[in-house]
Design a protein around this ligand. Structure first.
Ligand code: 4NP
Length: 150
């Protein structure tokens, strides 16, 4: 099973989603993350996100930002978008029904059919990062229930 987490910059939300899910599954589950933009290509996660994750025992320091590419549809079984913009941008790159069927909005795992987005914490204060942690901790618990530990 291969899972890809996608946000805009791949420096805040999706690296945390990657780190959280990795901490909950074994090595049979491959987890990666990407951004719909390449603005932060090869940068590590935002220092505020690294700090928030570390407080909860998750180490994000090895992650480097990369853009989502068409080949990711073939490489991954499930692609989780953090918000509606990411979701629509990913779907706009899909070419086949099989591509489209792999794309999900991550908070629909805990709030089915509500189509809620994980709030973008980039321009806010530290509280936003804790809120993102809380949402993604719960959502990744649900994903583990669905796919198993690996
Ligand atoms: P992310 O947050 O999509 O959760 O990584 C953002 C990071 C950077 C920017 C926007 C959102 N930016 O505009 O540079």
């Amino acid at each position: 099973m291969k899972i890809l987490m996608v946000c805009l910059g791949n420096i805040c939300r999706s690296p945390l989603a990657e780190g959280l899910l990795k901490s909950k599954v074994d090595k049979n589950v491959e987890v990666d993350s990407a951004g719909t933009s390449g603005f932060h290509f090869q940068e590590p996660p935002d220092s505020r996100m690294i700090r928030t994750a570390k407080k909860h025992g998750i180490d994000l320091r090895q992650i480097r930002s990369r853009p989502f590419v068409y080949e990711d549809f073939a490489r991954f079984d499930r692609i989780y978008a953090m918000d509606n913009d990411n979701y629509n941008n990913i779907l706009s790159m899909a070419k086949t029904e099989s591509d489209k069927e792999k794309v999900f909005l991550i908070l629909n795992e805990i709030y089915p059919e509500e189509n809620m987005g994980v709030p973008d914490p980039y321009f806010g204060g530290d509280r936003g990062f804790e809120e993102v942690f809380d949402f993604l901790d719960k959502a990744t618990d649900e994903i583990v229930k669905k796919i198993g530990h690996g």
